[in-house]
Design a protein around this ligand. Structure first.
Ligand code: ADP
Ligand code: MG
Length: 232
């Protein structure tokens, strides 16, 4: 097997709660191969979002190691992490973090322009069109439904063709046909651009399309399986 693109070794996350320190992730050891699609499942509060944050370098592991593309994220300062993310990662959170003063089109195009892409607005428009958002391109986030905002956030994260794509419940707010468009976007990133996918999901259809599914329980890996078995 080629060198894993994501590698966690006994990664722990302890956060300060009101009643003292809380151990959110209790020693996660996990590797994701280049081009693999990994589903993360588990009950609410089991640590799925926290694990995604560690993988994206948005939370720093309290102990243990988190590597992406051979770089130790736990050793990077905030600036280096931000640069690394910009160059290599697409991340979509449960809350979408769209910029409220920019239209849907601008939300997708401006980051591309900042990254030096020449035809940023054309590329952004094409991404939004693929997500069925052509009639909404000039709308501001507040004028969009939750599902539409989610699709804009997905288009924005996917447009730079990141090597690693992390998404927290990417089909969480969507009905059947838009869910299909999103799966097309996600697996298109992998199939056409070689991206590695890590997807937190409750949707059995999405988990079933992943190569592998890891189940979290109370901050630990409780099981790992081929996706097909989970869906059956
Ligand atoms: N900033 C925080 N401070 C304290 N506790 C947190 C924080 N973020 C998450 N938690 C706790 O960590 C646990 C895991 O949360 P999370 O990763 O969001 O789980 P999931 O995404 O699986 O629902 C939960 O018990 C949650 O309450
Ligand atoms: Mg979550």
């Amino acid at each position: 097997m080629s060198e894993p693109i994501l590698k966690l070794n006994d990664a722990r996350l302890v956060l300060e709660g009101n009643a003292g320190p809380l151990e959110i992730l209790k020693g996660i050891t996990l590797s994701v191969a280049r081009g693999e699609s990994l589903g993360l499942v588990g009950p609410s509060g089991s640590g799925k979002s926290s694990l995604l944050m560690l993988m994206g370098g948005l939370e720093r592991a309290t102990s243990g190691r988190v590597e992406a593309l051979g770089h130790d994220l736990t050793a990077m300062d905030e600036d280096a992490l931000a640069r690394f993310r910009r160059g290599n990662m697409g991340i979509v959170f449960q809350s979408f973090h769209l910029i409220p003063t920019m239209t849907a089109l601008e939300n997708v195009a401006i980051p591309l322009e900042l990254a030096g892409v020449a035809d940023a607005f054309d590329r952004a428009a094409a991404e939004l069109q693929a997500m069925g958002l052509e009639p909404r391109m000039d709308h501001y986030p507040a004028q969009l439904s939750g599902g539409e905002q989610q699709r804009v956030a997905l288009a924005r994260a996917a447009a730079p063709r990141p090597a690693i794509f992390l998404a927290d419940e990417p089909t969480g707010n969507l009905d059947g046909s838009t869910g299909e468009a999103i799966m097309e976007l996600l697996f298109g990133l992998r199939d056409r651009h070689g991206a590695t996918l890590v997807l937190v999901t409750h949707a059995p259809e999405l988990a079933a399309r992943c190569d592998r599914v890891v189940r979290l329980m109370d901050g630990q890996i409780a099981g790992e399986d081929l996706a097909r078995k989970v869906a059956e």
